[in-house]
Design a protein around this ligand. Sequence first.
Ligand code: BV8
Ligand code: ZN
Length: 245
Amino acid sequence: MVAVADRLRRAQHVCCLIGAGISAESGIPTFRGPDGFWAGRSAFDLATPEAFARDPETVWRFCLWRRSQLVTKRPNAGHHALVAIERLVPQFTLVTQNVDGLHRAAGSANILELHGNLMVDRCTACALETQAATDGGFETIPICPECRAMMRPGVVWFGEMLSLDAIQKADAAARSCQAMLVVGTSSVVHPAAGLAEMARLHGAFTVEINPEETPLSRIMNMCIRMPAGEALPAIVEAMNSSDRG
Ligand code: BV8
Ligand code: ZN
């Protein structure tokens, strides 16, 4: 951890690319793990515009069920460690694929939510965005308060463009950072996974924090085979002790 801490300490700009694995220790299933959201389900029946057009009820039921689970979940030591790192370095960009809002709940500031946010509704007709209720109402499909059209979850489905602003800022951060932590992602979804390759290409020191190997492990400068909730606090501890000299 000391070697990673040293790299982060010396970096002007640190970028973190985050996946569902960091929220596993908050009790939120990952996607592709044995008990993940996609276990026994097809992403293409639940997370594509075609699926929503074909059967909005089923897509909404999946989303509302996830919301009902999410509202009781809290950030864990991994999320809090990212907040600490953000406050220890001159420039920090948190690029997350997660839609659970736990980084904001932990206190992270500079967050790019590449895949949107599960607690946001967007109107299918007038694009009005509203915050979803957190105290229930997980049975009814939200209707637009403005034009009465059906709302959709404010997440990015497969085959949909990411927010141009978010991906451009994430790309710029990957190109300019001196160190990138790639935490809790299987690195199979693009364009997010491409950001780690971009960082490496531009000379950043890249660290994968994941108990498992991923398709990008081979290009990383370092792989820490530990859960994020243990590795990230240990890195913060090493950064602080390097301060104490
Ligand atoms: C787009 C919906 C273009 C929201 C999600 C280039 C190459 C190949 C494919 C493509 C490409 N470009 C586009 C594609 C197609 C597609 C794609 O990438 N497909 C893949 C699967 C083959 N990409 C897209 O469609 C994207 N759109 O590019 O548009 C375009 C151009 C023109 C016109 C139109 C469009 C859109 C991508 C967003 C898709 N939406 N979800 C929702 O319902 O949540 S993505 C979905 O996977 C999740 O949202 C999640 O964010 C994402 C990534 O998953 P991970 O976070 O990595 O989670 P996973 O379970 O996979 O892994 C968890 C990891 O954690 C594991 O490695 C595990 O070991 C580890 N772990 C477990 N416990 C811990 C841990 N790590 C640390 N600590 C622990 N305790
Ligand atoms: Zn509307």
